[in-house]
Design a protein around this ligand. Structure first.
Ligand code: GLY
Length: 302
């Protein structure tokens, strides 16, 4: 009989639309966007299989996606209106409801780890801008040049946008996991929206909007139009639906349907409850994702 509390993880690499500048548009099974989410899910699952916590698993998975220039998070993030990367991230522990987040970070390679340190080593939930950088130095995270986060592809995309090309939107990354003890966690990281105003903060570092985890409900991580996700507190909305009896798949589907129907918003969501398989939904063309099956096999899909 299947153990419905078996360790499980699902990660996403962003919801969006295929376009000429999108490496995933080749449609190949080994498209870079699929390779990264698979690697992230495999690493997260390895942590869980060795008895590690869901919190450690989601941080490990998101770090892999932050370091992969294919994704809009960490290195390779989209650029804002003045050509700089500004990063947001958050993490939440469903066992304790402790959470941490950072916003408008310009000089940290792995914002999800800084978010975890905000949770564990400060009395706050969310630090932004220069204060987040100051805290990073205090807890030993070295500063990097903003230029080190900017890939040639994102610089070219920025220059094309300035010349009037609409380009394609790419998404955020995230992971939700359940460990052997049945605890849940969620983490999300992003460069936000291309050409955003400097200082703009989306849903990703807003607990309840881009990220949520509560062992009594579910864990969820979103990708999409952050302003819309904030308006509907998407991650908490989906977790509440699971708390009221929906499966993770039903909760993801109903929540994304509402984002589209009520706000004309686009995006995707991954959800995992205290029992049962992970669920996901998106109302864009694609959402790169990878998830574990009960036997530990990792499935990657676009
Ligand atoms: N969902 C990411 C953002 O809008 O910033």
């Amino acid at each position: 009989m299947q153990d419905h509390r078996a360790p499980a993880i699902i990660v996403h690499g962003g919801a969006g639309h295929l376009g000429a500048d999108d490496p995933a548009s080749s449609g190949l099974a080994d498209a870079p966007r699929l390779v990264g989410v698979r690697r992230a899910a495999e690493e997260g699952y390895r942590v869980l299989a060795q008895g590690g916590s869901a919190l450690v698993a989601v941080e490990a998975a998101v770090r892999i996606l932050e370091d992969d220039p294919t994704y809009n998070a960490g290195t390779g993030a989209v650029l804002n209106a003045v050509g700089e990367a500004e990063l947001d991230a958050s993490i939440m522990d469903g066992a304790t409801l402790r959470c941490g987040a950072v916003a408008v970070v310009r000089d940290v390679k792995n914002p999800v780890t800084l978010a975890r340190l905000v949770m564990e080593r400060s009395n706050h939930v969310l630090l932004a801008g220069p204060g987040a950088s100051l805290f990073a130095r205090e807890v030993g995270i070295p500063a990097i040049e903003n230029a080190a986060l900017v890939t040639p592809a994102q610089r070219a995309r920025y220059e094309a946008s300035r010349r009037g090309s609409p380009g394609t939107k790419t998404g955020t990354v995230g992971a939700v996991a359940r460990d052997r003890a049945g605890h849940l966690a969620a983490a999300t990281s992003t460069g936000g929206m291309a050409m955003k105003l400097p200082g703009r903060v989306g849903d990703t570092p807003i607990i309840g909007a881009g990220t949520y985890a509560d062992d009594r409900l579910a864990a969820a991580s979103g990708t999409g139009h952050g302003e819309r996700f904030i308006q509907l507190t998407v991650a908490r909305h989906a977790a509440d639906l699971v708390g009221r009896g929906a499966t993770a798949a039903e909760a993801a589907q109903a929540t994304i349907q509402e984002v589209g129907a009520r706000l004309d918003g686009e995006g995707g969501l991954i959800v995992l409850g205290p029992t049962g398989p992970a669920g996901f939904a998106f109302n864009t063309q694609v959402m790169a994702r990878a998830y574990s099956l009960p036997d530990g096999t990792i499935v990657a899909e676009l």
